[in-house]
Every structure is written in structure tokens, then in C-alpha cells.
Design a protein around this ligand. Structure first.
Ligand code: UTP
Length: 408
């Protein structure tokens, strides 16, 4: 793309400010900026209509769960099905680690954060330790794919290399890089990260399947016999990964996907609720919850909409293949986005000042024909780290680690 073409395109899109500092750039810088402009997917920022963001909701109804007590009754059977599947190489794991963890305020990948006090204990280390539980139970390695972004790929790979994968077998670890999308101010004007660089940020955790396929990892997994992928977030230091009981229960249920859920702690808890929407599984985000969803009770006096997701899902690969071309809605997320202002100054905001455009893994669940809702004990499996202190924080996670006898 040459300068004239870029000018024309940006004028049409109402984004001419992106060339404001063009004349100050070196020849190389100019070329790079033009290439970035050419790569922008304007459809994401141009279509801020409700439809593009998922449109109107269908009929939302509660979805129960396979409860903790039901699971306990059948644990032996579920575990033996799950262990058999893991042993046969049918289960792969996928760590979503492309986020920027802005709330934690740590400028390295979140997995590199040391939550230890009396000794080092990194978030990545917790994840590997948790995955090792399934490996040890089954007596076989589980392929692990790690999704990073362009921004944190190098740090992630070198950190894990340096720490020798915390004892995991490197031959079973695969990395890939997710896609990016532009960031904007609240009026949809695309940010410059530098005078000659457009501000791109990771496009959410939902778009993982396409780059996973493009990187050849889907094929490598399938070649090893993988049929199920356990997708999980980097934040939760207590979660079980490739948990044989969860795998076995999902296989036994005949469902094509599964979601680990916890009972809501209190009616207004900010957690996505696993429901059905027009008969298909669907997750209602906490900010979409109606009063009924918060307060309505069933005939036994329990919350009618009771089960919140903890970002730990199982997907059958053949179902993912089936839906790979279905578009996912784009969510506009207000975040702190550093940028170059109209006077050419670099601004690092201390409160949300702009939008990122993200696809979310929870929307994949709605594309599945069914989903096993699988209840876990909150204090044993849910210790998310989003902030330094307070709710869902390093502080709260440490407390839970202690409760579970894990030294830090
Ligand atoms: P969050 O929704 O907590 O986002 O991610 P975040 O970017 O990590 O953190 P904040 O909101 O800026 O504080 C949940 C999970 O999804 C992954 C994260 O790494 C985390 O495991 N994620 C998020 C991605 O892999 N890619 C993304 O683009 C966004």
C-alpha cells in the first residue's frame, strides 16, 4: 500500500489521524506504518452494532449441573474412563496465556508472576504442577499447547526454557501466537502506540482455534490421537487440568463439550452463568444478569441460575472443526491502553481510557450442541488471580493455596 492509497482508505474509515506523524518517520518507519495500516481489520471497529456483538439474546433458561455429590458417587467410574482416555492420548491441554493481565499491573506474562513468599512459586509452575497430577495418574504425558500473543511470546518461551518447563516434558509442549486487533479510544478512533506504530492488542481468548489450526498444532494433536481439548486460563492456580474425572464424566454424558462450574457464592457475584439459550448451552456474562438470574429461587429454595463458569472447558475436536468458520461476536472491553496523544506525547493511563476488541472462549460454548455442566468445589479448584489484592487476587489465591496445603 502506498501513501496515497493509505490516505484514501483512512479518510473513508474516519481514521486519518494515523498518518499525523508520517513525515517524521524514517523511510523504513514509513513503510512499516503503511504495512500496518493495510493489515487493519476495520470491520471490527466499524461495526459496533449490537448484532456484531452477539445481537439480541434468545430465551435464557437455567441449566443444572452434575453436582459435587453426584460426581462423588460415580467418581471411580468417571476417573477410570478419563484415565483410559488420557492414557490413549485422547486428551490435550490448551493454556490461554495471550492476555495482558492489565489488572495485575505486571508488565511480563502473568504466568511469570511469582506468588511465593517463603520460596519461589510462579503461576506457570502452579499450572504445570496441576497438569502433572493427571500425567502421574495416567502414567503418560499430555500434549500441552500454549497460546501467547506477539507481545509476550518471547518472554514466555524463554522463561519456561530457563525453568526447564518446571519438570514437564518439552517434547509435549507446543507454542502458538494468537491474532491481534486494534485498540481505539471511546469514539472508535484507532490508537497509535508510537508515532509510526498502530496500537494492536491480543484479540481475546475466543479466537484460539484458528491460529491453533494454522500453526499445525491441531494436526499434531490429532496425529497423537487427541480427541478432546481442555482449554483453561492462566489465572487459576488451583484448577485441575485434564482432570480425569471431568474428562470421564463428559465422555460418559455423551456431550460434545464440558464446563467446570461453581455454585454462585452470593446472588450478585460477578461470574458468567452457564445457562441455555434457545435450547443450546450459553454463558450469560455477569453484566448481562437480570434480577431473575440473580435472585430467583427454584422450588427447593436454591438459586435458579446457580452455576458460574471458571474458564475451564473441554471441547471435542471434531465439533471445533465443524464450527471453525462460524463468526464469534466481538466484545468491546474498556481497558487502560497506552497511546500517543494529539501532541505526540506518550500517555500511560491509570484508568480505562479506551477499547479493546475481543472474542471470548465462552461464546464457543454456544456453538456446541450440548455441554456438560460439571460442578467443582470452589475452594479446591478456583483461585483466580486477576488483581494484586482484594477479590480474585494474589492475596486471595495465597489464602486458598494454604487451605489446600500448597506451600508458597
Ligand atoms: P482475562 O479476561 O482475565 O484478560 O483473561 P487478561 O488480558 O489476561 O487480563 P486483564 O483483564 O487485562 O487484567 C482470561 C484468560 O484468557 C487469556 C488470559 O491470558 C487468561 O488466561 N487471554 C485473554 C488470552 O489468551 N488472550 C487474550 O487476548 C485475552
Amino acid at each position: 500500500m502506498n501513501l496515497e492509497e493509505a490516505k484514501k482508505l483512512l479518510e473513508e474509515k474516519g481514521q486519518s489521524h494515523l498518518l499525523k506523524y508520517y513525515d517524521e518517520l524514517s523511510e523504513d518507519g514509513k513503510e512499516k506504518l503503511l504495512a500496518q495500516i493495510e493489515a487493519i481489520d476495520f470491520s471490527v471497529v466499524n461495526d459496533l452494532s449490537e448484532d456484531a456483538q452477539g445481537g439480541e439474546r434468545g430465551i435464557i433458561e437455567p441449566l443444572g449441573a452434575l453436582t459435587i455429590s453426584e460426581i462423588e458417587k460415580n467418581r471411580d467410574e468417571y476417573e477410570s474412563i478419563g484415565i483410559k482416555a488420557v492414557k490413549a492420548g485422547e486428551v490435550g491441554a490448551l493454556l490461554l496465556a495471550g492476555g495482558q493481565g492489565t489488572r495485575l499491573g505486571y508488565d511480563k506474562p502473568k504466568g511469570m508472576f511469582n506468588i511465593g513468599e517463603s520460596k519461589e512459586l510462579y503461576i506457570f509452575e502452579c499450572i504445570i504442577n496441576n497438569l502433572m497430577q493427571a500425567v502421574n495418574k495416567a502414567g503418560s504425558w499430555i500434549p500441552l499447547a500454549i497460546m501467547t500473543s506477539d507481545i509476550n511470546y518471547d518472554d514466555t518461551v524463554s522463561f519456561l526454557d530457563e525453568h526447564k518447563y518446571f519438570g514437564y516434558n518439552r517434547d509435549y509442549v507446543y507454542f502458538f501466537v494468537q491474532d491481534m486487533s486494534v485498540t481505539t479510544d471511546f469514539n472508535g478512533k484507532i490508537h497509535l502506540a508510537q508515532k509510526g506504530r498502530i496500537s494492536f492488542s491480543p484479540n481475546g481468548n475466543g479466537g484460539w482455534y484458528t491460529p491453533f489450526v494454522k500453526a499445525g498444532i491441531r494436526d499434531a494433536f490429532v496425529k497423537q490421537g487427541v480427541k478432546w481439548i481442555n482449554v483453561f486460563a492462566v489465572d487459576n492456580v488451583l484448577q485441575k487440568i485434564a482432570d480425569p474425572c471431568f474428562v470421564g464424566a463428559t465422555i460418559k454424558s455423551g456431550c460434545v463439550s464440558g464446563a467446570k462450574v461453581v455454585s454462585k457464592a452470593f446472588p450478585e457475584e460477578k461470574i458468567g452463568l452457564l445457562c441455555t439459550e434457545d435450547g443450546r448451552p450459553s454463558i450469560v456474562e455477569y453484566y448481562e444478569m437480570t434480577d431473575d438470574m440473580m435472585y430467583k429461587k427454584d422450588e427447593d429454595g436454591r438459586p435458579l441460575f446457580n452455576y458460574g463458569v471458571i474458564l475451564n472447558y473441554l471441547f471435542r475436536i471434531d465439533e471445533l472443526d465443524r464450527i471453525i468458520d462460524n463468526p464469534l461476536p466481538v466484545h468491546i472491553v474498556e481497558k487502560k491502553v497506552p497511546y500517543i496523544d494529539e501532541n505526540g506525547n506518550y500517555v500511560k493511563p491509570d484508568k480505562p481510557n479506551g477499547c479493546k476488541y475481543e472474542k471470548l472462549v465462552l461464546d464457543l460454548i454456544h456453538l456446541m450442541k450440548d455441554c456438560l455442566s460439571y460442578e467443582v468445589v470452589r475452594n479446591k479448584e478456583f483461585a483466580p488471580i486477576k488483581n494484586l489484592t482484594g477479590v480474585d487476587s494474589v492475596e486471595s489465591a495465597r489464602k486458598l493455596l494454604k487451605e489446600n496445603g500448597i506451600e508458597y
